[in-house]
Design a protein around this ligand. Structure first.
Ligand code: PFF
Length: 455
C-alpha cells in the first residue's frame, strides 16, 4: 500500500536534494534575524549555551523522529498520525502543527518582506552615508509605515506560493540546491569583516563568555522555543518533507547534517553581528531590528560593501523563501490529502489565508501597535505563542509518540532503511525521546510559563 501511495506522491529526486530542502527549511530568518536578536535580548553567551544544549539533546532526536514519522506514514502531518495510530487522538498533534504553520508564516512573511525592502534600499544606496542612529530611524520608520511593508510581505507570499505550486521536485528542490551554499560564503565574508573591526572583541565575549546568573526562566523557554523554530521542528515540516524521502536515504545522517548546518550558520550569523554591534555602540538587546541596523553599518566599512549588501539581503530573502515554502507545504499537504483539494487550489487558499493574517502582523508594528495582549503586539504574540508554546508542545507529543507509541522495534525498522543501525546509538536515541526530551520540554515549559518555580 505504501508503494502505491508513494508513486502517487512527490518524492525528492536525490540525496543532495533532500538535504538541501531540509537544510533550506531549517536555515532562514530564524538563524540570521531571530537568533542574534533574541541572543541579544536574553543576555548573550549563557542563552547561547542553553540553546546549544537543547539542540543536541532535544532538537536532533525530535528531528529524526519527525523524518521517521513522515517517511513511515507517507502522509501530511495530520494524516501521518492518523495512519500510524488509527482511531486515536494522536491526529490532533497534526492539527496543532497546521495551526502553528499558519501562525508562523503570517509573521515570517512580514520579516521576509523587510528583507526584500532592504535589497531595494541596498541598491538605491541608502546605507552609504548613515550613522547607526540614522540606520535605526530608517528601520523603524519603514516597519511602522502602513503600506510598503505590507506590499513587500504580499510580494514575498506570492513568490512562496509560486514555488509551492510548481511542486516539490521542480520547485522546492531546485531552488534550494544552489542558493544555500552561496549564502554561507557571504556570511563568512561578513564574519571576517566584523571580527576585524575596532572593539570587536567585546562582541565575541558577549557571545561566547557565559554569565549564567543572567539566565531567566523566560530566557530558557525562549532558547527551547528557538531550538524548535530554528530547526523547523514541532509542527510537522519535517514530517511532511520526510514523507517525500525515499527508502534508500539514511535519515539519521540527514538529521545530523541538517542540525549541524543550521547551528553553524546561526553561530556564524552571531559572529557576523555581535562584534559589529559592540564596535558601533549599538544596544545588543535592541530587538527585531538588530540585523537590519547592524549589518548595513558593517557593509559601509568594507570594500565592495555596496555589492555585498545587495547580495546579502537578496540571499537572506532566498533563505527565507526556502523556509517559507516548507511552512506553506505543511498546510498545502494537509489541504490536499485531508480535504481532497487540488495542489493549486490548496496553495492559493492557504496563501490568501496566511497573507491576510500577515497583514495584521505588519500593521501591528505601526498603526495597530496600541492593540496588545500580555504587553505584546499581534506580531510578537504570534511569534511568542507559536515558537514558545505550539512548537515545544508539538515536540513533546512527537517525542512521546516515537518513544512510547511506536517504540524501539518499529523505529529500528524505519531507521534501517538505507542504513545499518548501530545498536547503542539507537538505544541513546530511544532514551532521549522516551525520557529526556519530553521531561526537559515539560519542565522548561511549565517553569517558563510560571506554573512552578525552582527559585
Ligand atoms: N527554521 C526556519 C528558520 O529558522 O528561519 C523557520 C521555520 C521553518 C520554523 C519551518 C518552523 C518551521 F516549521
Amino acid at each position: 500500500m505504501n508503494k502505491n501511495k508513494l508513486s502517487a506522491r512527490d518524492v525528492f529526486s536525490s540525496k543532495f536534494g533532500v538535504i538541501a530542502a531540509a537544510a533550506g527549511s531549517a536555515v532562514g530568518l530564524g538563524n540570521i534575524w531571530k537568533f542574534p536578536y533574541i541572543t541579544g535580548v536574553y543576555g548573550g553567551a549563557a542563552f547561547l549555551f542553553v540553546y546549544l544544549g537543547f539542540i543536541a539533546l532535544i532538537g536532533l532526536p525530535v528531528m529524526l523522529s519527525e523524518l521517521s514519522i513522515g517517511r513511515k506514514s507517507r502522509s501530511n502531518v495530520f494524516g501521518a498520525f492518523k495512519n500510524l495510530a488509527p482511531g486515536s487522538p494522536w491526529k490532533f498533534v497534526g492539527m496543532l502543527g497546521v495551526a502553528a504553520a499558519v501562525m508562523i508564516l503570517a509573521f515570517y512573511g512580514v520579516v521576509a518582506g523587510w528583507s526584500i525592502d532592504y535589497v531595494v534600499k541596498a541598491v538605491t544606496d541608502n546605507f552609504a552615508t548613515r550613522s547607526p542612529n540614522e540606520m535605526e530611524a530608517m528601520f523603524v520608520n519603514f516597519i511602522e509605515s502602513p503600506v510598503s511593508p505590507v506590499l513587500y510581505q504580499l510580494l514575498f507570499m506570492l513568490m512562496t506560493m509560486a514555488i509551492v505550486i510548481i511542486g516539490v521536485k521542480d520547485g522546492i528542490e531546485k531552488y534550494a540546491k544552489f542558493l544555500m551554499p552561496l549564502l554561507v560564503v557571504i556570511i563568512i565574508v561578513l564574519c571576517l569583516r566584523s571580527v576585524t573591526l575596532d572593539g570587536a572583541s567585546e562582541g565575541l565575549k558577549f557571545l561566547f563568555n557565559p554569565d549564567f546568573s543572567k539566565l531567566t526562566a523566560d530566557g530558557i523557554l525562549s532558547a527551547l522555543g528557538h531550538a524548535f523554530f530554528s530547526l523547523s521542528l514541532g509542527m510537522g515540516t519535517l514530517v511532511t518533507y520526510g514523507s517525500y524521502i525515499d527508502e534508500k536515504n539514511n535519515i539519521s545522517v540527514t538529521a545530523l547534517q541538517v542540525t549541524i548546518a543550521d547551528t553553524v550558520i546561526a553561530l556564524l550569523a552571531g559572529i557576523a553581528i555581535f562584534p559589529a554591534v559592540f564596535a558601533f555602540g549599538i544596544e545588543p538587546s535592541s530587538g527585531p531590528g538588530l540585523v537590519f541596523i547592524t549589518l548595513p553599518n558593517v557593509f559601509q566599512q568594507m570594500p565592495g560593501g555596496f555589492f555585498f549588501s545587495i547580495l546579502f539581503f537578496l540571499l537572506l530573502t532566498v533563505a527565507a523563501l526556502t523556509s517559507s515554502i516548507s511552512i506553506l507545504e505543511v498546510v498545502v499537504a494537509y489541504f490536499r490529502e485531508e480535504l481532497n483539494l487540488k495542489r493549486n487550489f490548496s496553495t492559493i487558499l492557504a496563501t490568501v489565508m496566511i497573507s491576510i493574517i500577515g497583514i495584521f502582523c505588519s500593521l501591528s508594528m505601526g498603526v495597530l501597535k496600541e492593540y496588545t495582549l500580555f504587553g505584546l503586539n499581534f506580531f510578537d504574540l504570534l511569534d511568542w505563542i507559536s515558537a514558545n508554546i505550539l512548537l515545544p508542545l508539538g515536540g513533546l507529543f512527537i517525542s512521546l509518540f516515537v518513544g512510547w507509541f511506536l517504540g524501539r522495534k518499529k523505529m529500528e525498522e524505519e531507521l534501517a532503511k538505507g542504513a545499518s543501525v548501530v545498536s547503542w546509538l539507537l538505544s541513546v536515541f530511544i532514551f532521549l525521546v522516551k525520557f529526556i526530551a519530553p521531561g526537559a520540554i515539560a519542565i522548561v515549559f511549565l517553569h517558563g510559563l510560571g506554573v512552578f518555580n525552582f527559585g
